[in-house]
Design a protein around this ligand. Sequence first.
Ligand code: NAD
Length: 254
Amino acid sequence: MRLADKSVFISGAGGGMGRLAAQVFAREGARIVAFDITEDGLRGTVASIEGEGGGIVAVTGDVSVAADVERAVAEGVRAFGKLHVLYNNAGIFPDEDGSIVDMDEAVYQRVLDVNLKGVSLCCKYGIPRLTEAGGGSVINVASFVALMGCTVPQDAYTASKGAVISLTRSLAVQYGPKGVRVNAICPGPILTPLLESLFPTEEERLKRLNRIPLGRFGRAEDVVYAALYLASDESSWTTGTTFVVDGGISVNYF
Ligand SMILES: NC(=O)c1ccc[n+]([C@@H]2O[C@H](COP(=O)([O-])OP(=O)(O)OC[C@H]3O[C@@H](n4cnc5c(N)ncnc54)[C@H](O)[C@@H]3O)[C@@H](O)[C@H]2O)c1
């Protein structure tokens, strides 16, 4: 098993790609610390991996609140003794996020709080636990929109994800000597209910698909298997990278 004896903290584990990561990582032998703002979501995650892996601890809280993140990390360490991997996956993309020119300041602040401060807080409280464990892996979820512009802007989201990539590089340099690897994943458009509602007609989807060399939207597992590699010791000489998982969309000129 690829994550045997590893304890993994996953933010946003109550749904979407975070829940799938909890399931896949548990199947690979990991002990899971599942953190999410929704208690119901966490209950569903716990039920879905019952009996697999090395156990699961679920903690409800807001990734943008320091006390919540500190408590979640502490509960994980109390349950499993050590922490080896941080999968900083929680993120939001509210409809109200658009062009910076006419964006409500409160929307901007909330997106930055969850997507950037949230990742920062998980690193602040999690990385010292990784160094105590003798090293580990941090995986920060950014996005392909941090690498390229978009005519349908989500400027707060884009800015937050760009900053996540910069923070990843800085932490990789600081903590590499202590055995902690820090990488970012940039998923392309993943076919979630959100994306389906954004492009409801076949025609609109086909227009976007033409931009993707591999000819399909992403699946949650495309991202989670990239994260599995980064979480495992197979990536033990990989740090500071921006791992783009986007079907080739970001290298396509036309
Ligand atoms: N879906 C995509 O197409 C796509 C593309 C690129 C990047 N991403 C990124 O991938 C990550 C996961 O996306 P997803 O599609 O699985 O999203 P999702 O909305 O399905 O799941 C996100 C999870 O995070 C939780 N969450 C939200 N705010 C939180 C907070 N303040 N504190 C704790 N938990 C919180 C939610 O409850 C939810 O369970 C995000 O960082 C997102 O920005 C997604």
